[in-house]
Design a protein around this ligand. Structure first.
Ligand SMILES: *Cc1c(COP(=O)(O)O)cnc(C)c1O
Length: 402
């Protein structure tokens, strides 16, 4: 089918929640390259929004999925599941967590984290339920995670939202201190705000959050849905800060494209969940867990994360060079292969995304006019050179139109 026919079907039959989408329908991919139905080639710097960790058609991931498909797709959590137990073990052995719960998306993982934080205090007979989150954060679109998300534009039409969330400015420890009350059960932040425009937490902030939570006896939750699974050059974003959360959540990159989410927690918190408290029909199903195991096995191979770090630094330096050339670039931010380039409002990030797409490069614009780069973690330096060269031309073109 040609993209125009697909578009027609979409407009006729699908909820219009994504407005006018970008004018391409991809058919297949290989490595970091995607192809559309016309055979047109695209270098992918979005990776399904930080999802396709190993790019497309990755042999080990494909093989793991195919093998599982032949054996068993689903069997219910009424039974013990080998790949689920193995995945939980792998996540625990490579993180600060002790116990894992598996689900199907980022929002669902955060719902699990929110429920766990409340249950932890309920089990102690303490009525603490309020969670402090930050402005500009993104935690998902279910009712509770929407309430947690510090962006009014997403919330307004769906009120009343679940109560028990307060929002404070990001990277502002005093604001958190002021917001803590007898009702507070947790603080939840993204180590790098993703949808908010690729804004990293500062080291002081993360350290101060940990200390504050310890002093007040409240839980620290990191939403690592976007930063997890090697995205930042370390397996988890928190590793950059030398600070351990009590609970953290994963999703996007975990299954390499197969939907899966995870709540990981320290034992003292996780043990608050009792039979019947939480569950999921699909969560931790054999197919998704086999995919995640294959992704983790690649990401944990010697040299993989070092490469993400090196390629990410190379990329960031190239973007910083662009910033030297173009005064309308406000800032270049991020870690590993989660990078953002913020533009002055006079330059349309959206137009640059379209212009780059025409040239065969997939990028994305998020937050307040920030170009976001979250390519497959297997992206190579030559791909980055090609992107930067073309981005330079797009920036010149757009700035002359401005
Ligand atoms: C994408 C994202 C979510 C929501 O994940 P879904 O799978 O879309 O529900 C939550 N938190 C962060 C930090 C995200 O980037």
């Amino acid at each position: 089918m040609d993209y125009k026919e697909i578009k027609e079907l979409d407009e006729k039959y699908y909820f219009n929640t994504f407005g006018s989408r970008l004018p391409v329908a991809f058919e297949w991919g290989e490595g970091s390259t995607l192809y559309d139905s016309q055979g047109q080639k695209y270098m992918d710097f979005v990776a399904g929004i930080a999802v396709n960790t190993l790019g497309y058609n990755h042999p080990a991931l494909k093989e793991a999925i195919a093998k599982q498909v032949e054996k068993l797709l689903h069997c219910s959590n009424l039974f013990y599941i080998e790949s689920q137990a193995q995945l939980a073990k792998t996540l625990v052995e490579n993180s600060c967590g002790d116990k894992v719960f598996l689900c199907n998306s980022g929002a669902e993982a955060n719902e699990g984290a929110i429920k766990l934080a409340r249950k932890y205090f309920y089990a102690k007979n303490l009525y603490k339920y309020e969670i402090i989150t930050t402005l500009n954060s993104f935690h998902g679109r279910t009712m509770a995670t929407l309430a947690a998300t510090g962006q009014e534009k997403y919330q307004k039409p769906f009120e009343p939202l679940p109560t028990g969330f307060v929002h404070v400015p990001f990277n502002d420890i005093e604001a958190v201190e002021k917001a803590v009350s007898y009702k507070t059960c947790a603080v939840m932040v993204e180590p790098i705000q993703g949808e908010g425009g690729v804004i990293p937490a500062t080291a002081q902030y993360m350290k101060a959050l940990r200390k504050l939570c310890d002093d007040k006896g409240i839980l620290l939750i990191f939403d690592e849905v976007q930063t997890g699974i090697g995205r930042t050059g370390k397996l988890f974003g928190y590793e950059h800060y030398d600070v351990e959360p009590d609970i953290f959540t994963l999703a996007k990159g975990l299954g390499g494209g197969v939907p899966i989410g995870a709540v990981v927690a320290k034992d003292f918190v996780a043990s608050a969940m009792e039979p019947g408290d939480h569950g999921s029909t699909f969560g931790g199903n054999p197919l998704a867990c086999s995919a995640a195991l294959a992704v983790l096995s690649s990401v944990l191979k010697e040299g993989f994360l070092e490469n993400v770090k090196a390629v990410g630094e190379y990329f960031k330096n190239q973007l910083l060079e662009l910033k030297e050339k173009f005064p309308f670039i406000r800032e270049v931010r991020g870690k590993g292969l989660m990078l953002g380039l913020e533009l002055e409002d006079t330059i349309s990030g959206k137009e640059i995304v379209l212009d780059m797409l025409n040239k065969g490069f997939i990028i994305n614009c998020t937050g307040n006019n920030t170009l976001r780069f979250v390519p497959p973690l297997i992206i190579e330096k030559e791909d980055i050179d090609a992107l930067v060269e073309n981005l330079k031309n797009s920036l010149v073109k757009e700035s002359s139109n401005a």
